[in-house]
Design a protein around this ligand. Structure first.
Ligand SMILES: NC(=O)c1ccc[n+]([C@@H]2O[C@H](COP(=O)([O-])OP(=O)(O)OC[C@H]3O[C@@H](n4cnc5c(N)ncnc54)[C@H](O)[C@@H]3O)[C@@H](O)[C@H]2O)c1
Length: 253
């Protein structure tokens, strides 16, 4: 069978670690050239080395803060200069800074909203402007179950991730006729740097396993496989959708 992403070019934001890295690697294994847009260039360079060595595909690493429009616009320009086009954008960057509704500071609110929501908008807008030129593009936004389930301490994160769901539908709605798809993934607990404090002990890991019906902890590649479906022609009749990937911890919308 032909590789699912043969001759495609994919930008993965935050592709240096966790779900972003697993996605970048799986996409390269399936034939795509990759742009990793990262704040942490050490992680980005390690990711590039591993992906290029193991897949033979090209990886361009770019230092980008997704909440800064100029840096995002430059990211798209440099990706197009290098590879000639952008077929796929995975808006994977997300930060999580927890505090209660009574004490969360304005500074933390702004930081989370700027990174998780505004960053997703800026990258989607800049990439979509390129994608419409070729009449094709797939945008995949990594939201969270926190978009639809209240979780203690996650007021800014939940609001940002719910906003990501909303803007996914707006991009799908406005740009569908131009060949642009937009879908969101809503992961549940997944083992990455972001969640290491929750999963420190075997007891904690057991508790998290027991919160879902499959009794397993999500791994980054579990999320990457769903992103692959949404990035490939397997999902050519799917847009404006949210896929919850929580092993059944959260069901429905
Ligand atoms: N891990 C989970 O359980 C879980 C659950 C639901 C949703 N998510 C979402 O999945 C996505 C990936 O999460 P993860 O767990 O792999 O996180 P992670 O912290 O392991 O990786 C995030 C990456 O983004 C990069 N990054 C952070 N801010 C950036 C910025 N402003 N510009 C560019 N790069 C930046 C980091 O350097 C890091 O490499 C996030 O959007 C997160 O909210 C994760």
């Amino acid at each position: 069978m032909e590789k699912l992403l043969k001759d495609k070019v994919a930008i993965i934001t935050g592709g240096g670690g966790g779900i972003g890295f697993a996605t970048a690697k799986l996409f390269a294994e399936e034939g795509a050239d990759i742009v990793i847009a990262e704040l942490d260039m050490k992680k980005a360079e390690n990711a590039k080395k591993e992906i290029e060595n193991e897949t033979g595909k090209r990886v361009l690493t770019l230092e980008v803060d997704v909440s800064k429009k100029k840096q995002v616009d430059d990211m798209v320009k440099r990706a197009v200069n290098e590879f000639g086009k952008i077929d796929i954008l995975v808006n994977n960057v997300g930060i999580y800074l927890a505090d209660s509704v009574l004490t969360l500071s304005e500074e933390v609110w702004d930081k989370v909203i700027d990174t998780d929501l505004k960053g997703t908008f800026l990258c989607s807008q800049a990439a979509a402007k390129e994608m419409v030129k070729g009449g094709y593009g797939k945008i995949i936004n990594i939201s969270s179950c926190c978009a639809i389930e209240p979780t203690p301490g996650q007021v800014a994160y939940g609001a940002a991730k719910a906003g990501v769901v909303s803007l996914t539908r707006d991009f799908a709605f406005e740009l569908g006729e131009k060949g642009i798809y937009a879908n969101a993934i809503l992961p549940g607990m997944t083992v990455t740097d972001m969640t290491k404090d929750f999963l420190k002990t075997e007891k904690a890991r057991e508790e998290w396993r027991n919160k879902n019906v499959l009794k397993r902890l999500g791994q980054p590649v579990d999320q990457a496989k769903v992103a692959l479906f949404l990035a490939s022609s397997l999902s050519d009749h799917v847009t404006g959708e949210c896929i919850i990937t929580s092993a059944g911890a959260v069901m429905g919308q």
